[in-house]
Design a protein around this ligand. Structure first.
Ligand code: SAM
Ligand code: SF4
Length: 325
């Protein structure tokens, strides 16, 4: 599928739930969060049906995300379905983004189901700070999950959101820790998706801040490595790979190959745009009609997002736990 701007769209991120067992302060409000009504959330059968139609339209890579995908009770049924698609070579890659709290329990199954790589969110290595930023989370649970995933030979990448007055003093420490433990790592600029309890200006740190610190201490050599994702990858002198994702200061929209579906069945061709189409409401139609709706939405994928950290969030109607990352 080629969109209006000549971009080949072959990567779907599917958020299977907007619920989460954590409350990261940059992701969603810590109080009065609003979640989808239960009856609006797609069943596993509906998710599988939608996934099948996307695969038919040319999607080759699927990332399961959330909210926290591993708190969905039928998550293994959904991933098993993807494994069948991959075994039949309809799909190239199955990926997962998780906060890691349930990984100790699930790592073995995830490994057996052929998940290619998982991204685990980790913004600090200090338990008290972890508890603060996640509004009550337990760092040990995540670390236990992370090391279980490593034990099961799952390729792990750590995702770290850069947060002013929070983790700038841990950047090099985390790079070293990832090197010691054999994890890739990506640093991410915080995006103004939904109004959280703090001003985004107070949270925002540009990627250049992290990259210059890391370069000074460990060196950074540019790598051609591409996962078709938004990260630009570098190798440190230690030998580990560090990526930088800069949606605000150096957007990657011109090479964006991603679309997203939320757990209530909305297809968003762009993370940073309000345009969407309701696939759940279209499910009574026949397959070719639904595929037409999908193709049309993809064709009209916006050229770029309009994030601006200083202004009111452009995306007002949802938070990252809705669309996932
Ligand atoms: N719960 C899972 C997790 O935390 O990995 C999956 C969903 S979470 C929304 C996906 C990713 O989005 C995480 O790496 C998280 O740190 C990131 N994220 C959440 N809110 C963000 C924001 N406002 N700007 C940038 N990244 C954000
Ligand atoms: Fe939950 Fe992930 Fe959002 Fe944190 S970033 S609140 S773990 S969905």
């Amino acid at each position: 599928m080629i969109d209006n701007f000549g971009r080949k769209i072959n990567y779907l991120r599917f958020s299977v739930t907007d619920r989460c067992d954590l409350r990261c302060r940059y992701c969603m409000p810590t109080k009065n969060e609003k979640f989808f009504k239960k009856e609006n959330i797609l069943s596993a059968e509906q998710i599988k049906k939608i996934l099948t139609l996307f695969i038919k339209t040319g999607i080759k890579k699927i990332r399961i995300t959330g909210g926290e995908p591993l708190i969905r009770k039928d998550i293994l049924e959904i991933i098993s379905f993807l494994k069948i698609q991959k075994d039949k070579q309809f799909l190239k890659e199955i990926l997962l983004t998780t906060n890691g709290t349930q990984l100790k329990k699930y790592a073995k199954d995830i490994s057996n189901l052929g998940v290619d790589r998982i991204n685990i969110s980790l913004d600090t290595l200090i338990p008290e700070k972890f508890q603060f930023i996640t509004n009550g989370g337990n760092l040990k649970l995540v670390l236990d999950g992370l090391f279980e995933a490593k034990k099961q030979n799952i390729e792990v990448k750590i995702n770290t959101v850069l947060l002013k007055n929070f983790n700038e003093d841990e950047i090099n420490k985390m790079v070293y820790w990832c090197h010691e433990n054999g994890f890739k790592q990506s640093f991410i600029e915080v995006m103004p998706i939904g109004e959280v309890n703090t001003s985004r200006v107070n949270q925002f740190l540009p990627i250049s801040f992290a990259s210059s610190l890391i370069k000074k201490k460990f060196g950074l050599e540019s790598l051609p490595l591409s996962t078709n994702g938004p990260s630009k990858y570098f190798k440190t002198k230690l030998g580990n790979v560090v990526g930088f994702i800069s949606p605000l200061t150096d957007n990657f929209c011109s090479s964006c190959n991603r679309i997203r579906v939320t757990s209530n069945g909305m297809l968003y061709p762009c993370l940073g745009d309000n345009g969407s189409v309701n696939l759940k409401h279209a499910l009574h139609k026949n397959d070719s009609e639904i595929i037409k709706i999908i193709r049309n939405s993809i064709y009209h994928k916006p050229e770029k997002h309009f994030f601006n950290i200083k202004e009111k969030a452009y995306v007002q109607d949802r938070f990252m736990n809705t669309t996932g990352g």
